[in-house]
Design a protein around this ligand. Sequence first.
Ligand SMILES: C[S@@+](CC[C@H](N)C(=O)[O-])C[C@H]1O[C@@H](n2cnc3c(N)ncnc32)[C@H](O)[C@@H]1O
Length: 198
Amino acid sequence: MPLTAEKKSKREENLLFFKQLVKNPKALGALVPSSEALGKFISKQINLTGDPYFVEIGAGTGSLTMALLRAGVRPDRLFVVEIDPSLSDFLKKKLPSDIHVITGDACHLSCLLPEHVIGHVDTVISGIPMMNLTIFEQMNLIQSSFQIMKPEGSLLQFTYGPLSPLPAKKLGLQKKRVGHVLLNFPPATIWRYTKIKG
Ligand SMILES: C[S@@+](CC[C@H](N)C(=O)[O-])C[C@H]1O[C@@H](n2cnc3c(N)ncnc32)[C@H](O)[C@@H]1O
């Protein structure tokens, strides 16, 4: 039976993801892209009031990006950062042209984003496998993420284990487990981090 265009493009997406995983298992950190169910759950955690800016870090093949768009995030308010050039090229072809796809390391967000966005980002949505990073790499990513956010901004992060993927207190953060999505491979837990005030 011939494959439908949608199934064919999903297969190509999974194949590219797997190829990049073999090249860099530490950065990819998953066997397949996130499911639609995980994307939908994460999209429900963001507040769209006032058309805020959102930044997605570690976008891979864009599963979460598509869910954010379906949930009503304005493409021109969404900045997508991906370190792997093959994946960011794929995103540039797949996503609407008014989304800002940036090839680069999320540790340097204030250098990668336009000046008018810095300090005005509502939520950073992260797919970066934080558990694979050293504490110094985690510190850099957290500093980079909170530098571009509004004071009340937050970081949404999914993980496959039962525990927080970040040592919140050590990083000056408050953590909240916002939910668990079984329909993902592997099932994922979603955490929200905010800055400890004072
Ligand atoms: C687990 S995959 C998640 C992909 C996608 N968000 C999803 O949920 O299907 C992690 C992604 O983070 C990217 N990544 C890892 N470290 C990064 C960094 N420092 N800056 C930007 N992207 C990074 C990887 O290349 C990979 O695409």
